[in-house]
Design a binder for this molecule. Structure first.
Ligand code: ZN
Length: 280
């Protein structure tokens, strides 16, 4: 897959060298919406503002590091920020973060996803899960610490596999109960299993077949709220398709000429399906 990385233009850091009064890059969130600047129909994100301009709204702020040699922050605003139109800077608007997927630069989307995940983690880790005491944000790494019992809480990342099973010139696609499109088999890794075990288990549970030759394809963070999709390809080995009727409502083999509507190649599912079309 393409080597898109948010680290091409960006270097990660948790504490700024100094706090600037100059405009900085800001990923400004409000209840799942992201502040964007729209110019001639083009969506620009992050926005450049001074930290002073955000002071009236700001509830939470984390330093993310340097983006194109400029400091970069993520900020959660109070609930009034999105409705107080008079206070929103000129040409800026809050847009649902998820709706920006595939519509903005992929590297910037990944960095915005990091920002969203950090803010979500901050909100959900205010108290220690072990003893219930209030936690504090660590200064030297992206973590929270409980001063009472020393429990350390890192941002949560939930790994999930996604796999294309290939059978000759056909690819296996399945339709989930709550999904509009056919796509690849996917599911969350369970404690104690390797990613390869997870691929075998998910395919068998959802469509009842055995597979072999599992190969890593690539990965994609999916910040809704904290998944990391890990893509694989595999070959059909044995068994008849039998959908579980629960998570999956239908599944079938498709040639590249007979593909139904599938996710576009902004997603890792679309990228793997494109790879199949290019190689079959
Ligand atoms: Zn504790």
């Amino acid at each position: 897959m393409s080597n898109t990385s948010s680290y091409n233009k960006y270097s990660s850091q948790c504490v700024p060298d100094n706090v600037s009064d100059q405009p900085v890059w800001c990923f400004v969130f409000n209840a799942g919406s992201l502040l964007v600047k729209v110019q001639n129909g083009i969506i620009n994100v992050p926005v450049k503002l001074t930290l002073e301009e955000l002071k009236a709204w700001e509830k939470t702020r984390f330093y993310l590091g340097r983006l194109n040699d400029c400091d970069c922050y993520c900020i959660e605003t109070d609930e009034n920020a999105a409705v107080d139109k008079a206070a929103v800077p000129e040409e800026m608007i809050f847009k649902k973060f998820r709706s920006l997927f595939g519509r903005i630069d992929e590297e910037i989307f990944m960095l915005a996803g990091k920002a969203a995940q950090i803010l979500d983690w901050h909100k959900k880790s205010q108290y220690c899960g072990s003893c219930g005491s209030k936690t504090e944000t660590k200064q030297d790494e992206l973590a929270k610490v409980c001063l009472n019992c020393s429990n350390i809480i890192y941002p949560k990342i939930s790994p999930a596999i996604i796999v294309a099973v290939i059978n000759g010139d056909k690819i296996l696609l399945a339709k989930g109960r709550n999904f509009k499109f056919y796509s690849l088999i996917a599911g969350f890794a369970e404690p104690g299993e390797t990613l390869e075990d997870c691929v075998q288990r998910e395919v068998f549970e959802e469509v009842g077949i055995r597979i072999r030759n599992i190969q890593y394809f690539g990965s994609q963070p999916w910040p809704f709220p904290d998944s990391l999709m890990i893509g694989f390809t595999a070959e059909y080995e044995s068994g008849e398709l039998l959908v579980d009727g629960n998570e999956i409502v239908s599944a079938d083999w498709f040639t590249k000429e007979s593909l139904p509507e599938v996710p576009n190649n902004s997603s890792i599912a679309g990228k793997i399906i494109d790879w199949f079309c290019d190689n079959s």
